[in-house]
Write a protein that binds this ligand. Structure first.
Ligand SMILES: [Zn+2]
Ligand SMILES: [Zn+2]
Length: 422
């Protein structure tokens, strides 16, 4: 069966996270989206962990279930420590097979920072030590550097990261089997670094609210959802079982280009270099984004595809496609309604985005939305790249005046009969 896994996200116990990120809502939204395995996030948080223990039922395969959705025990931790004369700030994702293993991990990590303060705890612990301690507790665990390229808090980040995985993980690098590309980079950008040939590239949503779940994900072929099998696939680089990753268009990510949010300055890496790394408006150093860092660290030309690379597919969340088709905002009444109706009717958001053939799509939604889905699948979108914390702006329909086209579009479909929502 096809397994869609989203392993990095946050519960309501993490800062700046929706109150709705609880077990019930996460399960409900995974059903809407078609996510088979979702991370619990935040397993180090004592209150959340208690909730997980109370609500989740164990499976044979190192996973837990609730409401027909499989949960994997996961957390993102923030490692902050000095190394080589600089303060390093690296986010790492931990994956664990059982509640018992998590208890033991939490007992160790609590020595390095308050686990209660935040669902993503800050630990004064070097990344290599984190790997050493966790792998000592259980060799079935896995540590994955999170959103590897973002300027702050990542292994290759321009502000507090490293130039090489080996500088960060040293002798423990042997345990690193996967790296998360993050929203602002995609596999082709990562393929330009030969040092990443030894790992698999994974993609997760890093969702802080249920509607954002699955905006990036990993697609596997497995006989059933199984933690140990997924770890084996990653460790052995079994490309026959890792089908593809579902990716944002990297330009949509909020750190793709360089610049200053407050100064409204968006710069390409080339423009930044020409400006001596300074903002043309305020003259202070710009926030150096993901594309720039990839250019700096790449040892291969653009377009290089390593042997055995896992394929990828670019997606735009369905609600964003509908919003643009209607000339309205994501999350507002008519947009959310059409989104839920389509997912219910065609199985799930992933079914709509990935599987349903175009001639079938037009039977269920407006021609403009069906056309939008087709264009996203073909990569026919224009995006103003994101920078310094500002998401990229997507335009699927070119210059057509959105409101008029949307109104015209609504006339082309009969109002569908009321369908039961989730
Ligand atoms: Zn993070
Ligand atoms: Zn500025």
């Amino acid at each position: 069966m096809r397994i869609i896994a989203d392993l990095h996200l946050h519960s309501k116990y993490s800062r700046a996270t929706s109150r709705e990120m609880d077990v019930e809502n996460m399960a409900r939204w995974c059903k809407i989206k078609g996510i088979t395995i979702v991370g619990t996030g935040d397993f180090t948080h004592p209150v959340w962990f208690r909730e997980l223990k109370a609500k989740l039922k164990p499976t044979q395969g190192g996973l837990y279930t609730y409401g027909g959705v499989h949960f994997m025990l996961t957390v993102e931790v923030s490692n902050i420590y000095p190394q080589g004369g600089r303060l390093r700030k690296i986010h790492n994702i931990l994956l664990a097979p059982t509640l018992e293993v998590v208890e033991r991990i939490n007992a160790v990590l609590t020595r390095f920072g308050s686990l209660m303060a935040d669902g993503r705890p800050t630990l004064t612990l070097p990344s290599d030590k984190l790997v050493e301690y966790v792998m000592e507790i259980s060799p079935d665990c896995m540590i994955v550097p999170a959103h590897a390229w973002t300027p702050w808090f990542s292994v290759f980040g321009s502000n507090s990261g490293f130039d090489a995985l080996t500088e960060c993980f040293g002798g423990q690098l042997k345990h690193i089997a996967a790296v998360e590309t993050g929203l602002s980079s995609d596999p082709p950008m990562n393929w330009r670094l030969s040092q990443l040939d030894r790992v698999m590239l994974v993609s997760n949503s890093d969702a802080h609210s249920p509607a954002k779940l699955g905006r990036e994900a990993n697609v596997f072929e497995m006989s059933e959802p199984d933690y140990y099998e997924m770890m084996r696939v990653l460790r052995e680089k079994d490309t026959s079982k890792f089908l593809y990753t579902a990716e944002f268009f990297p330009e949509e990510g909020k750190y793709h280009y360089d610049g200053h949010r407050n100064c409204n300055t968006r710069l390409t890496p080339r423009e930044t270099k020409a400006a001596g790394n300074r903002c043309p408006v305020c003259r202070r150093p710009v926030t150096v984004g993901v594309m720039h860092r990839v250019e700096d660290l790449a040892d291969r030309e653009e377009g290089y595809v390593p042997v055995g690379a896992v394929p990828y597919r670019n997606l735009i969340p369905l609600e964003e496609i509908i919003a643009e088709a209607k000339g309205a905002q994501v999350g507002t009444g008519a947009v959310r309604e059409e989104y839920l109706r389509l997912c219910a009717r065609l199985g799930s958001e992933f079914a709509v985005l990935l599987d349903v053939p175009p001639d079938e799509l037009v039977k269920h939604t407006t021609p403009r939305i069906a056309e939008g889905i087709r264009r996203v699948r073909e990569g026919q979108v224009q995006i103003k790249p994101g920078y310094d914390g500002v998401y990229g702006e997507i335009h699927i329909y070119g210059d057509e005046p959105a409101r008029e086209a949307a109104a015209e579009d609504e006339k082309k479909i009969e109002q569908p009969a009321q369908t039961t929502l989730f």
